[in-house]
Design a protein around this ligand. Structure first.
Ligand SMILES: C[S@@+](CC[C@H](N)C(=O)[O-])C[C@H]1O[C@@H](n2cnc3c(N)ncnc32)[C@H](O)[C@@H]1O
Length: 178
């Protein structure tokens, strides 16, 4: 794979190389990465999961079903913009305003070709995302994630996959074929 590419270009190359067409991005925010993938890989169907809410919902036991009722904020605007943008990509871009540890239940076992983990970056977050979403990826599919340069992310990945995972250092991406 060519070196020095921005993360999102690297990802498109990776998806093309391994023929991955059905996936989920955990942690979408403004959708910078999400939009790039959908716009640059025409056969991709992508699901985005994010709370699109202030951080406190992660600690104050807000039920995932209530996230849709969060007061208007810049986060809601991100989601509104994404939904507007998605009208041009009918059937290819889906959004789930939920905790990542809740939204996995919307998917059947082995339904996804890949996931890209970029939501909560604490050790417990990454660990929980790996465990919740693992069964949703088909055998031979890929789990990828961002910010492997962060100690707590690396700890969670190592704990799950020992030394069997790979990384693209410049893009700070880790991945593992399942
Ligand atoms: C680093 S940003 C995502 C950036 C995006 N992947 C990109 O590259 O354009 C992380 C996002 O994860 C979301 N997030 C953090 N913890 C979450 C959780 N437990 N469930 C769902 N979303 C979460 C935050 O709301 C934030 O929007």
């Amino acid at each position: 794979m060519k070196k020095g590419l921005p993360k999102e270009q690297w990802l498109v190359n990776f998806l093309n190389k391994h023929d991955l067409t059905r996936g989920a991005e955990l942690g979408v925010q403004k959708g910078y990465n999400f939009k790039y993938l959908v716009e640059n890989k025409p056969n991709l169907v992508l699901h985005g999961v994010d709370i699109w809410s202030e951080k406190h919902v992660r600690w104050d036991e807000t039920p995932s079903e209530d996230l849709q009722f969060q007061p208007d904020s810049v986060n809601s605007e991100f989601l509104n913009d994404l939904q507007e943008w998605a009208k041009d990509y009918k059937g290819r871009a889906f959004f789930h305003r939920h905790f990542t540890t809740y939204a996995h239940r919307f998917f059947n076992e082995g339904e996804l070709d890949f996931i890209f983990i970029d939501a909560g970056h604490e050790y417990q977050d990454v660990k929980a995302d790996i465990q919740c979403w693992y069964p949703k990826i088909k055998k031979g599919g890929y789990m990828l994630g961002h910010d492997i340069n962060q100690v707590q992310v690396r700890k969670a990945v190592r704990e799950q996959f020992a030394d069997t995972w790979k990384q693209a250092k410049e893009q700070k991406i880790w991945w593992k074929q399942l």
